[in-house]
Every structure is written in C-alpha cells, then in structure tokens.
Design a protein around this ligand. Structure first.
Ligand code: ADP
Ligand code: MG
Length: 856
C-alpha cells in the first residue's frame, strides 16, 4: 500500500497552508480518493494551524462535517490509524447516537445537526479552530446551514476561525462568490479511463429483481476476465442483502469474497468491506461509496442507478427516504470509482436511451426537505428572521413558512417574531424531526416513551398494513389482532408485534395483509428512537400503557392535523388551518367526534378537484386540547347579526386555533346594548329600513338643523350623522330582530331632542306649512342648504304678490311655481316680478294645453 504522503492532495499541501495562513476561507476541489477527507485535517494539525488560535485555548480542534455517519466513523478510524493513536483520543468522531471523543481530541468528524447544535449553544465555538465542510457537492441541508452560520460567526465573534470547504465536484463559482474573499485550490488527481456499458434494453425491476440483474452482470464481467475488484451500488440495506445472497449463489462468482457496506451494519462488518484480501472481492454498497469512501482496487462498477433520497413527504408532513433515480452527475461519480488504479468498466443497469431522461444534478436538500428541524435550530441561535438568513441558496418561502407554522403549532415557537419557547428548547435535545421530538417530550411526562417511540417508527416508515384487503383477510386480522376503536396506530402496533413475533414470515404476514418487508423496516427505526430517548435520560422500560396517555402524545405531535367530524353520519371533517377532508373508510375511528390524522393525502379526482383523505387516525378528547395547548384553546362568546333571519343572535363557541369545535347559536338572548348597536349598523347601511323614518322625519331633522343654523341664539343642538346613529340606536334598543323595529314609531324619540320651548319655537319659526294671503295652505320644503321652498301650482298662487319670509323675517322663502301637471316653471323669491315678467310668456301656451283650468 502506498504511503498516504503519496496521495495527490499533497500537491496542494503548501498552497493549503499558505492560503489558510493568509485568510480564513478556502475551497479545495479534488477528485474522490485524492486524500481530502483523511489528509487535509492532518495537514492543519501538522502545520500548527489549530494551535493557540484566538488566544482562547492552547490547542484547538478541527471539526470535519460529514454528510454520512458511516463515513464519519470510518474516516475517523482511518485517520486515527494514520496518526498513530487510539480512536477517540487525538482523532474522534461524533454521530447521532455514538460519540468517541475526549479532552485530547484535535480532529473530530461529526455529522448532521451536531455542529449546528453546538453553534446554537455557543456562538463563540470555544475550542474549535477550524471547520471543514466535506463532501460539500452533496449539498446536504446541514452542510449549507452550518456553513452559513460559520461564516456569520467568523464575521462576528471569531475572526480567527478557519473555514475549509471540500468537494469532489462543485459549482465553485457560486460558492466562491458566497465565501469571497476565498481561494479555490484545485487538484485534478489521477484517474484512468472507464468504459461505460448499458443494458441492451430497459429492465423493469418489478419483474426482474435488481439484485438478480446485478449478480448476472457481475458474473458476465468476471467471465470477461477483467482484473480487479467489483463495486455494486444498491439503494439500501435490504437490496444489498438480497444482492449479496444472489452473488453468493452465482456459480461463476465462487472465487470472489462478497461484502455488504451500509450504515445499519455493525462497525466490524463495515470495516471488512474496505479491508484488503488475497482473493478478489465484490463490495455491495449504498451511495456512501460514491464519493464519501474510497475502496481501493476496484476496477468494475455495477450501478443499479437508484438511491434512497430524503425528501419532504406532504402526506406525512415529515421527511422520508424514497428510492429514486440518481442524476447523471451521480452516475458519473459512481463510474469514476472504477478508474482509480487502472482502466475500468462501469455497467449501468439501465438502457442508454433512458440515460438522457435523468436529471443532470440532484436538487440540493434545502430545496426538497422539510425545514422544521433546522429552523428550530436557527431560532435557538437567536436567528428569528429566518427569511433573511444568509442562505447559500434560499429555500422556497412556502417551505419556510410551513416550517415556522408547524413549529408554532407544536408549541416550539411563539409570539410575533416566532421566537423559540421553553418547549422548543427542550425539543432540541432530540435529534429527530420536531414532530417526534414533541411526541417524546409528551411521552416523557406521561410515562409511555416506549410506545411512543414505536409509534414514531410506524409513522416514519411506509404503511405495511395493506388497505382494501379481501373480507377473509379482514376477518383473519380481527381474529389475530382484536377489535380496535381508539387509534389506527394501535392496530398497526399490534400488527407489527404479530409480524415481529412471526419473524416477518411471508406466509404469516400475507394472511393478515401485512407487507412483511415494510414491517421489518420498523424494527431498526424503533430501536433508533429508543436509543435517542434513552440517551436523553428518558425511561424507555416496558410499562403498562394507558391508551389515553399515548393518544395525547399523538395529539402533541400532530395537533396541526386535528380534525372534527362535521356530523356523526358522514366521514367528512373540518381541520385546523381551514382545511377539509374525508376520514378513510378503513379507519377504526368511526365514532369519535375529534381525531388527529397522522397522514393527509391529496388525491386528484380528475375533474381538477382534490379529495383530501385522512388516514392513520387517532381519536382525541376535547379536554386534552386545553390541557396540552392551553394557549390555543378558547371559549368565545360573540353577538352577531344574522342576515338570513334578520335578527341579532348570540354565539358561544369553543375553538382550537381557527377550528370551531362547537358553536351554540341562540336568537333570543343577545345583550340589548350590542343588539341595538348591530341593528343600528344595518339601518345606517340601508340594509334594514324603519318604515316610520319617512320624509316627515327627514324634514323635521332638517328644520331642527336649520333652526340651529339660522337662530344660533336659541342654542339648539343640530342633529349630526353621529346623533342620527344615536337616535336609531334608541329606537332599536330593547329589540333583537327586524320584525320588532320595522314599525316602531320614530317621532317620539326625535321629539325628545328639543326642550318644550325649543319645540314651540321650531313650529313658529320654521313651520311645516304656510298659510298664504289667499287663505291657501302650502307645504314648505327644507333642504341642507339654500332657502326653504314653497311649491304651488299657478292657480293656487293667484292673488299673491311680493316676497315671503318666515322666522321673524330672517328667512326668505323661495317659490317654486308649478304648471297644472306639477312640472316646475320657475323658481323665484318675488312673485310680483313673476306675474309681470314670466307669467305672460307661459300663460298663452299653458292655457292652450290646459284649457279647463282657470287662467286669469
Ligand atoms: P477523498 O476524501 O479525497 O475522497 P480520502 O481521504 O477519503 O480521499 O481517501 C484517500 C485514500 O485513503 C483513499 O484512496 C484510500 O486509498 C485511503 N483510505 C481512506 N480511508 C480508508 C480506509 N478506511 N481503509 C483503507 N484505505 C482508506
Ligand atoms: Mg472524502
């Protein structure tokens, strides 16, 4: 084996050291296998770049962020060997459930949220001299965000911090701009040509299992006497195990040792996959071997073209792993593994014409994952405005809002700034999706951690309890699992225990409509949740559990998916956040009024509408809402005007957030003050009409107002718009509906406006009617502006001359002279003038048209 010092990365050693001495940021780009991950941290150590930085500590450490746990552990082990210490001393690692570090550790490999969490607890990063972001091209969410935080910290509290970003392939342009000023050091490395082969025609893995196809290709290549070892890429543990079996069964591969490599294996087995042997070997691996780990001696790569990828699953509102086609860029990386030490071959288990349909690159995680967990971590660092966080690539605003809203619903954030709460801080203890963190917290209080851990595992995996099974399977299920009415989870738990006891036997599972493989995957997840809980000091022992306590925990984690049955007869529900949905018919919760759905699926109906289907339901009690989310549960009393019955009604509602749990409406007990105000609003808007509020009333108001205007010395208060509302309110007071106010007399209320004296003066000064010189009575019309107008037909005015005044001569009246058909002919304030000037002109024509009238 060549000495590590011969690795290509050493071309860059002096440049790396010089650059980091000159400035704090550096990008290193070199092909996989160059020695980045194992050598660069050692260079920092050897050249004293970790020493006495910032004057804070005598000996600082370098933290190397790795996207994969398996890689972090193996790299730490390798580097410890090279440095010549025991693992956990100078060189250590820290991954989600394992930690091998000590006071003496100078090179620490870590994964996922560990670094970000440390940043949120200590923004000065005590003891850390440098951070290496490895495998950065994979664009894992935690890499992106930890880098942004590191840059912030470097700009503020730790100008001496060194930041190194490393990757095999990288869009260095964008990153260089983001990190500027920053050097980019590139090593092209050494590699040999790799011949790419495709399958002659497309294969459907549903019909021909991918492990059989892969084993057959291994056999074919072995036959073609290509030298060296083989590396087979498979998406996950299950496929890897099947492939290993298929290879071991193949006659043509009997000379090969075959080793699986994936994160769920015990460490010794992982080490076995990278060890060197006398005989040739075939390693069957996940995409950890794509760029994170280099296995020496490989000359043949068999690539199934799939990988398990983390993606936000809107049905479950969490991130899940899904098997997906890898991108062209990933396929090229995988092929490159065959050309490290000699010319090689890469067999792709798909047809060449399919290749062009693959995405050129994977989307960065920030674009495809639920952000709730990182948003919570950012909030813990005091970054409340996550929208303006210096994202390397900004996530969709929708995703950020969704994450914040979920955290608010979980009780982790509160207030206008959506700042972290005490509950939120407690949730951070658990390195899992915030839903599960909230559930575990709730379980801790109620002594049912073990059951809740199982439940969390059940929601995370794929549903293994098949739906729409035949009657006899349903019957068998009922016989084996018993009846259940509280939660679909409880049935699933029993089904899982049954499958587990049956050792996931295909026949036993099939009898009950259980997907054996799906059920099998729950076990490791369950173990993981238990470990996380135990690590945080929760009691994970088997306890007698109370169904209600467990259901409360489900509510704590899924309160954003609370649903209320619209009525007992249907499965239709109303959900918080203004959503509607239909409870799945096969749910065991057929009676409960309130439930939480752990899954919400939107199913297109073809006509463009979507059906929202609620599954994995758990019945909950209303009193629990108040108990667990006291701030979100309210009893509201309200009074409102009901348009349809034209009546003021009182409502008493109980609400959980925006969901009305129950509303009681009564049409005869609204408080009279509020009722009068609401009715008045309707009257003022013209939607309700008081029959007695007629022209006479309006004229009366005008007379009062003009009296106030023309005779200020009387000190009459004018009736303003606001007074008008007060008057209407007085009329409405004591009534609840339009029926009661429609015919209510108006004048009595109005008349109270004036004192008896003012009242008498009003009639005397500004009368409603006027008796004229010829003995006839004429009506006066008052307006907001201008003089009062007396309208009369010509015939009624014969004998009247001159001007007319009222109010002791202070107000001149205008005449509106009307034709016999009541059409106005003239408006004048001097009739003498009219008789002399205008009358003769109109008389001729009018007398012709109305010969029967008197014409003087
Ligand atoms: P890079 O990060 O640039 O891909 P690494 O530093 O991971 O490169 O690996 C450099 C070389 O070190 C590899 O080519 C391999 O030969 C060797 N190596 C790394 N880790 C191990 C290990 N666990 N076991 C054996 N060899 C290893
Ligand atoms: Mg590496």
């Amino acid at each position: 084996m060549p000495s590590p010092r011969e690795l290509p990365i050493y071309e860059l050693e002096s440049a790396v050291v010089a650059s980091l001495r000159a400035q704090g940021r550096l990008i290193v780009q070199a092909p996989t296998g160059s020695g980045k991950s194992t050598q660069v941290p050692q260079m920092l150590l050897r050249h004293g770049l970790l020493d006495a930085l910032g004057g804070r500590v005598a000996k600082g450490e370098v933290v190397v962020l790795q996207p994969r746990r398996l890689a972090a552990r193996m790299l730490a082990k390798r580097v410890a060997e090279e440095v010549g210490t025991n693992l956990g001393e100078v060189v250590g690692y820290q991954i989600r459930l394992e930690s091998r570090v000590s006071e003496r550790t100078r090179i620490r490999f870590v994964t996922e949220g560990i670094l970000l969490r440390q940043m949120s607890f200590d923004a000065t990063l005590r003891g850390i001299s440098a951070i290496v972001f490895d495998e950065f091209h994979e664009r894992h969410l935690y890499g992106d965000i930890s880098l942004a935080r590191a840059v912030q910290i470097q700009q503020t509290t730790r100008p001496d911090l060194k930041i190194i970003v490393m990757s095999a392939t990288l869009d260095a342009g964008m990153l260089k701009g983001y990190l500027a000023p920053c050097d980019v050091l590139v090593s092209s490395g050494r590699s040999y040509p790799v011949r790419i082969e495709y399958l002659p025609k497309a294969v459907n893995f549903e019909n021909d299992a991918m492990w059989d196809v892969a084993a057959a290709e291994c056999e074919r290549v072995a036959d073609a006497s290509v030298r060296g070892d083989m590396l087979v890429f498979m998406p996950g543990a299950y496929e890897i195990n099947r492939t290993v079996q298929a290879i071991q069964a193949a006659r043509g591969l009997r000379d090969f040792g075959c080793y699986p490599l994936h994160g769920e294996l015990p460490p010794e087995q992982q080490d076995r996959a990278v060890a060197r042997y006398e005989t040739r070997k075939i390693i069957v691996s996940t995409n950890v071997a794509e760029t994170s780990l280099t296995i020496d001696g490989v000359t043949t790569v068999i690539d199934c073209g799939l990988a398990r990828m983390a993606r936000f699953d809107p049905h479950r509102g969490i991130n899940t792993l899904m098997i997906e086609k890898i991108s062209v860029a990933s396929a090229d990386q995988r092929a490159g593994r065959a050309g490290r030490t000699a010319p090689g071959v890469c067999v792709r288990l798909w047809a060449e014409r399919e290749h062009a349909n693959r995405a050129p690159q994977e989307l960065p995680e920030v674009k495809r994952l639920d952000l709730a967990e990182v948003v919570l971590t950012l909030k813990a660092s005091g970054i409340d405005d996550v929208m303006n966080f210096p994202w390397l690539e900004k996530p969709d605003a929708v995703g950020l809002v969704r994450a914040e809203n979920l955290l608010v619903d979980l009780g982790a954030l509160a207030g206008e700034r959506k700042a972290i709460t005490a509950v939120g801080r407690k949730m951070l203890r658990f390195p899992v999706h915030p839903r599960y963190a909230r559930m575990l917290l709730a379980a801790e209080e109620r002594g049912c951690v073990r059951t809740v851990a199982l439940m969390a595992a059940l929601t995370q995996g794929r549903n293994f309890l098949l739906r729409g099974v035949p009657r006899e399977v349903e019957k068998a299920r009922e016989d084996a699992l018993g009846e259940e009415h509280e939660s679909d989870f409880f049935l699933m738990m029993r089904a899982w225990r049954y499958a587990d006891k049956a050792n996931y036997g295909l026949e036993a599972c099939r009898r009950l409509g259980i997907h054996a493989q799906g059920a099998r995957q729950v076990g490791p997840l369950f173990e993981q949740f238990l470990e996380i809980a135990a690590k945080e000091g929760l009691d994970v022992s088997e306890q007698k559990t109370d169904g209600a306590a467990v259901r409360k925990c489900v509510l704590a984690g899924f309160s954003d998916q609370l649903a209320r049955r619209l009525d007992a007869g249907t499965l239709r529900c109303e959900l918080v956040h203004n959503r509607r949905g239909v409870l799945a018919r096969e749910s065991v919760i057929q009676q409960a009024k309130l439930l939480v759905a752990a899954e919400i699926s939107e199913i297109g109906r073809g006509d463009g509408e979507v059906n929202t289907l609620l599954t994995l339901a758990t019945a909950v009690e209303e009193s629990w809402l108040k108990e667990i989310f006291p701030d979100d549960y309210r009893e509201v009393k309200g009074v409102s005007y009901d348009e349809s019955i034209k009546r003021v009604v009182s409502r008493r509602e109980r609400r959980f957030r925006d969901l009305v749990l129950e509303a009681k409406v009564s049409s005869d007990d609204a408080p009279l003050n509020e009722a009068a105000a609401l009715l008045t609003k309707e009257v003022l808007a013209g939607r309700l009409k008081l029959d007695a509020w007629d022209d006479t009333v309006e004229q009366w108001i005008l007379r009062v107002n003009r009296l106030a205007e023309w005779f200020p010395e009387l000190e009459v208060n004018p009736i303003t718009e606001a007074d008008r509302a007060t008057l209407i309110e007085q009329i409405c007071y004591g009534e609840l509906g339009y029926r009661d106010i429609k015919d209510k007399p108006v004048m009595p209320v109005l008349k109270d406006w004036l004192t008896a004296e003012q009242f008498a003066v009003l009639d005397a000064y500004l009368p409603e009617k006027l008796v004229m010189g010829n003995g006839r009575k004429a009506r006066l019309t008052y307006a907001k502006e201008g003089p009062p107008i007396m309208s009369a037909r010509i015939q009624e005015l014969y004998g009247i001359e001159g001007k007319f005044t009222i109010g002791h001569g202070r107000v001149t009246v205008k005449f509106e002279v009307l034709a016999p058909n009541h059409r106005p002919i003239q408006v004048t304030d001097d009739l003498t003038n009219f008789w002399r000037e205008q009358y003769p002109k109109v008389k001729a024509e009018l007398s012709r048209r109305y010969p029967r009238h008197e014409w003087r």
